[in-house]
Ligand binder design. Structure first.
Ligand SMILES: [Zn+2]
Length: 315
């Protein structure tokens, strides 16, 4: 029997859990749906990630408002993917910060990515008509962007660690609390999406730089909060292993179809039950096949190309 396309048949609500990671530091996880976070400054808030629609974002904000009423000065977006950014208007932030590459990617492929992600993950797009249009950053940076939280709270450091899940991922790092919001560069017990990735950079130097921060608590793009040195190392190690297996198996294959079969067989025993594994893998292998055959930048995913790749590999 044919597998339903991507996550189109995943319609069951996920349980959201708001966790207070330290004084004024919040994470909302949701059983493998995209995670979001917030950090209190002395008299303002920084929100991390925006969810897929303003209606979805307002639900998160209503929970956050049980803890703090401070105004939102910054909305930080880890990368350009639609399910992370299209809820931005709900935040009313003074400043929307991304990496400079993310702005370029939104201009180049934001529209197509929106259509692609909507078809792949319709459940996440709660009331899609509430999206006013593409989300544009109002501040960008190339290497590092530091926000002084004020009142002796220390800094929030937004940092570029190299190409990875996309060409322009940032991480948000609280050096004093040793808490890292890693975006989709690290997943914790959730499958990786690598359809727009740079696998070789990500699995080597980029994850090295993420690990070298020495986080004690890590909020990945999806999945549970990783706690303690061991928990953080385990989440980063799982991400690296997933990529290493992909590189090995796809690299050894003689055709795209064989690459998919080999990679699926090698990953499935360890990762097959984790959220979005079956959904992601055809897109992942397609991109990695390109990367290993000289296609430098990821090709743009469109709703049509999604279906073609799915039918070729996953049916
Ligand atoms: Zn992503």
């Amino acid at each position: 029997m044919a597998k339903p396309f991507a996550s189109s048949a995943d319609l069951g609500e996920k349980k959201q859990v708001l966790e207070v990671l330290a004084e004024g530091v919040y994470a909302l996880t949701a059983e493998g749906d995209p995670n979001v976070g917030a950090i209190e400054g002395e008299d303002f808030l920084v929100c991390f990630e925006a969810l897929a629609t303003p209606v979805a974002a307002r639900e998160w904000l209503s929970r956050l408002r049980e803890h703090t009423t401070k105004p939102i000065r910054y909305l930080v977006l880890s990368h350009y993917h639609a399910v992370r950014v299209l809820g931005a208007s709900a935040f009313g932030a003074d400043v929307i910060v991304t990496h400079e590459k993310t702005r370029e990617l939104i201009a180049e492929r934001g529209e197509q990515d929106w259509a692609s992600e909507y078809a792949r993950m319709p459940r996440l797009f709660r009331e899609p008509a509430s999206i006013p249009g593409l989300t544009w950053p109002t501040a960008t940076f190339s290497d590092r962007f530091t926000i002084d939280l004020g009142g002796g709270r220390g800094d929030l450091v937004l940092q570029y660690c190299g190409r990875g899940h996309t060409e322009g991922d940032l991480v948000a790092w609280l050096p004093r609390q040793r808490i890292l919001f890693a975006g989709d560069l690290v997943e914790s017990q959730a499958a990786l999406y690598t359809g727009d990735a740079f696998h070789r950079d990500w699995s080597s130097g980029t994850l090295d730089r993420v690990a070298s921060l020495g986080a004690q608590t890590l909020v990945g793009g999806r999945g549970a909060v990783a706690r303690g040195k061991e928990g953080v190392e385990s989440a980063i190690g799982q991400t690296r292993d997933f990529l290493a297996v992909m590189l090995r198996e796809t690299g050894a294959a003689g055709s795209l179809k064989e690459a998919f079969q080999r990679t699926h067989a090698a990953l499935e025993p360890r990762y097959g039950r984790w959220p979005i594994f079956e959904h992601c893998l055809p897109f992942n292998v397609s991109r990695l096949w390109d990367e290993l055959h000289g296609v430098e930048r990821p090709r743009v995913w469109t709703a049509e190309r999604d279906r073609q790749v799915w039918d070729e590999l996953q049916s």
